[in-house]
Design a protein around this ligand. Structure first.
Ligand SMILES: [Zn+2]
Length: 204
């Protein structure tokens, strides 16, 4: 389609919906069977795609597709975000969600959607991690970063359990020695990185 997407045109809305489905599936995302009523209100199910990043992180795209078309109107943009499933099962958003307005050419809207998904994916995997348990950090309402597992409230045993689930190397204890010879701090540890192939495969 070489003209701009027109939200008042039912055919355009169906074409955009198809293009979103195709792009998401090509990128390895899977359709969440029941969609979401989270943003569009009770009884209005939005199509949601998800791709697992690792054992705890998932990238999600809220498409604004309802049925076979994207929504006609509304301020609801396509939204990409990354969620973290805590060891206790609670799911928390981490990092910034990004929104895509449905304006311009269909191909451009879809490309912007993929860009946002890539960017939230990358920031979730390369962003700051808790030095204690290896969990990613989330941003509080006040704008501060905090461990998404809230591990400072946990017992050392539970912290260790979380760290193991995260594949996080335990912090190395500085050897007891005189202040002159002891290292200033334990060496920095980094989480096992997501394989490059896994990231590339997503958006190949
Ligand atoms: Zn932590």
């Amino acid at each position: 389609m070489s003209r701009n997407y027109d939200p008042r045109n039912a055919l355009d809305r169906a074409i955009l919906a198809d293009a979103i489905h195709e792009a998401m599936q090509t990128a390895g995302f899977t359709l969440m069977p029941n969609g979401s009523t989270e943003r569009l209100g009770r009884g209005v199910r939005e199509v949601v795609y998800q791709r697992q990043i690792n054992h705890a992180l998932m990238c999600r795209v809220y498409t604004t597709i309802v049925g076979t078309e994207v929504r006609e109107v509304g301020l609801d943009s396509i939204k990409a975000c990354v969620l973290y499933k805590r060891l206790d099962g609670a799911v928390r958003g981490i990092g910034k969600e990004t929104r895509v307005k449905r304006v311009g050419l269909v191909a451009d809207i879809v490309e912007r959607m993929m860009d946002r998904a890539r960017s939230v994916w990358r920031s979730a995997t390369t962003g700051e991690h808790c030095s204690c348990c290896g969990s990613p950090k989330a941003t509080s309402r006040a704008g501060n970063l905090y461990c998404v597992e809230v591990c400072w409230n946990e017992t050392p045993a539970r912290q260790a359990e979380i760290a193991i689930a995260n594949g996080w190397a335990p912090a190395v204890e500085a050897p007891a020695a005189s202040p002159r010879t002891a290292p200033a701090s334990a060496p920095a540890v980094t989480p096992a990185p997501l394989s490059r192939e896994a990231v590339n495969a997503l958006f190949a």
